[in-house]
Design a protein around this ligand. Sequence first.
Ligand code: SAM
Ligand code: SF4
Length: 327
Amino acid sequence: MNQQLIDAQGRHFPYLRLSLTDVCNFSCTYCLPDGYQCSSPTPHLTVDEIKNLVTAFAELGTWKIRLTGGEPTVRKDFVEVLDVISSISGIRQIAMTTNGYKLKERIKTWVDHGLTNLNVSVDSLDPRLFHSLTGHNRLPQILEGIDYALTLPLKKIKLNAVLLKNINSHLFEQYTAMLKNKKISMRFIELMQTGDNLEYFNKYHVSSGALKSFLHQNGWTEKLREPGAGPAIEFVHPQYQGSFGIIAPYSKDFCNSCNRLRVSSTGDFHLCLFGEQGFSVRHLLEHKSQKEELKQTLCQILGKKRKQHFLHDGNTGGTPHLASVGG
Ligand code: SAM
Ligand code: SF4
């Protein structure tokens, strides 16, 4: 049988989240409140290194790639990255997570070059609150970009909002109106503690319990999980085209459905967003002749993946903020 990415718990990993850069042009209060600070001069992976990496993952059974960061679109060669990944045999989905900067101007080109799924972070539908959370007064342009994206042949469009106590954790109604006629999945992510944000976390973390109650009271029902689906819980409503999603990393059994692995923008293989360290595989990305050794190394490292994260104990591993590994 072909080599596959399967860990000691029997979990399969069809999904790779690849960070293209740790640089970001926004300064979200929960992620990079002081904006991007250059922490390491190590250059990000080149397009050729990305090709060798994704080819090896694809041969190990990965079929979905998410491009993330930092802000992946600050890379000038972003379109080249799409071209290269979409030419790799076995890759069926190329998704990206973006803050939506210049989305309207660029999304058509990205779709033309192979992008299939889009996630945009929209922490508030109120322009002033959006500005204060992200440092950018661009909500109207971002929403226009999302409307334009809805006209393009994308498989799925998701919006992400980090759930923040007393900031956006009581404003679900606004999102409901948007989902009436738009085929969008609106996902709320519980704030996660990272190495740098303990004070912020203590002040703003809130569980998704209130959101769940709101959805149940308003006729939304939990959708049955599809086999191989990730840890998000989806809610649907017969009178709405869109859906809600909840990502609750502190919930019981969250890690049981883990189906994703990560590689940082400098070539470190991460088994968990909250693992202690990454394992550098960059030395195996130089030549395509190293592919078999790379595949073997990836499988060996996967053997170390733990059953679950230890966030509940306040153990955030080696992740200072999510822009560093690719959230
Ligand atoms: N810059 C892009 C963006 O914001 O969409 C991609 C990178 S960002 C790190 C990926 C996702 O992680 C975003 O949806 C962001 O809201 C989320 N995120 C960042 N820090 C987080 C935290 N501490 N807890 C939960 N989600 C977080
Ligand atoms: Fe940048 Fe995304 Fe972090 Fe916001 S969440 S600071 S857009 S990397």
